[in-house]
Every structure is written in structure tokens, then in C-alpha cells.
Design a protein around this ligand. Structure first.
Ligand SMILES: [Zn+2]
Length: 229
């Protein structure tokens, strides 16, 4: 992928999460990766979203070494890098503090899969990570945040669960591109909003049957997907 195109895609993903009201002030960031070049493009730290220009998007290698930009990368870079290293199929990562998804993260609750809207995009509940220890917070905090996400998804396919809630923090989502990662951030906030209302109306609600989760997820994402392709 051309790096100019990658930078433009990353700007667009950053603007999308603002347009969809997932981000107040600078509470969020989007990145993308050019796998062939091994370069990650991420929002710079301290630049308002509305002012972002392509040359300000920071390019780093997978170790976080800045290769092109006079600006500093977002402070969440090390979390994004951990996900790119451990999930080789993903092309974009988005982090927000969107209200309802963050409420679940703060409550340290997964989002139960109570409806087909969720089963269309997440293959079951949206997981929540274990809280970080004091040592993990004091040293290498951002990378340890990424490690907590990777540990939570151990044995699972990141394509089946395109985002998780970091306990006490907020959602991280991913996808095949920065645009897809932003899309999943928007969908996740909607799922969390629906779940808050559902649990308010019926705190004892049962999750969907696995058969219905399978029906919805696999027809869109399974090997024999036939719907919405
Ligand atoms: Zn954050």
C-alpha cells in the first residue's frame, strides 16, 4: 500500500470516530499498517482532529521507532503496536472512550450477546480484559494494555471478536483496515447502548441461543458466508 494512501485512510478513520461522536477532545486515536513496508501510521499526539494533515500522521516501525514525522505519535502507540505484532491479519486499530462501551469497561462487565445486531459483528459477548496489576501500570503501561488484550483473546480468532473492552479504561477495536476498525468502534458503541437499555428493562435477560449467534455471525463471516458480501 502506498504510504500516502495509508496516511489519508488513517486521517479519515480519525475523523470518522469524531463525526460519530465517539471521541470528545482527544480521547481517542486511529492507526493503520502497511504490512509490506512494516510501517504503522498513527495520529500524532496533541494535534486537534480537525487540523490533521497527512504529513502530520506519524509513521513508525513495529518497534515504535518514528521513521517519518516531526511530531510525537499518540501515547497509545505501544498498545496499537502490540496488537499489530500479535494479530498479523489486522490492518487497523481504533481506541475511543465512547460512553456506553466505556461504561461496560469501567463496570468490568462483558457485553452479553442478547441480540442479532451483536451476533452480526461479534461472535458472542464482547470480552473485557483482566485489570492490570500495579507493576503492569507502573512500567510499560501502554504495551501491557496491549498484552492484556492479547491474553484475553488467547485461543480465539481476532476476526471473530473485532474488539474488546479494557477493564477500567475503554474499547479497542480492529479490522482489515483503519476504516474497518473505525466501523467496529461505531458498531460497538451502538451494541453497548442497546445492552444498557436491554439490561435496564430486563436485568435477568438470557443471551441468544448459540444457534442464533451462529446463524447471524457465520452467514456474514463464516467460510460459507452468503450474506452482505
Ligand atoms: Zn484511552
Amino acid at each position: 500500500m502506498k504510504l500516502k494512501q495509508l496516511r489519508e485512510e488513517v486521517i479519515e478513520a480519525n475523523l470518522e470516530i469524531v463525526r460519530r461522536r465517539l471521541v470528545l477532545y482527544t480521547f481517542g486515536n486511529a492507526s493503520g499498517i502497511a504490512r509490506d513496508e512494516g510501517l504503522v501510521a498513527i495520529k500524532p499526539s496533541g494535534v486537534p482532529f480537525a487540523d490533521l494533515r497527512p504529513e502530520q500522521i506519524v509513521l513508525t516501525d513495529l518497534d515504535g521507532k518514528v521513521v517519518d514525522s516531526s511530531l510525537r505519535p499518540s501515547s497509545d502507540l505501544d498498545t496499537h503496536l502490540e496488537l499489530y505484532r500479535e494479530f498479523p491479519g489486522i490492518g487497523g486499530v481504533v481506541h475511543t472512550h465512547s460512553t456506553h462501551a466505556t461504561a461496560f469497561a469501567q463496570a468490568r462487565r462483558e457485553i452479553p450477546c442478547c441480540g442479532t445486531t451483536q451476533a452480526d459483528y461479534w461472535y458472542g459477548p464482547v470480552p473485557v480484559t483482566a485489570p492490570l496489576t500495579a507493576e503492569e501500570i507502573e512500567e510499560d503501561y501502554e504495551r501491557n494494555t496491549g498484552r492484556a488484550i492479547v491474553r484475553r483473546l488467547a485461543g480465539m480468532n481476532p476476526d471473530d471478536l473485532p474488539g474488546v473492552l479494557v477493564a477500567g479504561h475503554g474499547p479497542f477495536t480492529w479490522g482489515a483496515s483503519a476504516a474497518k476498525a473505525a466501523f467496529h468502534a461505531v458498531v460497538l458503541e451502538e451494541l453497548a447502548t442497546m445492552a444498557v437499555l436491554t439490561l435496564a428493562l430486563n436485568p435477568a435477560v438470557e443471551p441468544l441461543l448459540q444457534a442464533e449467534i451462529d446463524k447471524h455471525f457465520l452467514r456474514k463471516h463464516g467460510p460459507s458466508a452468503t450474506y452482505g458480501q
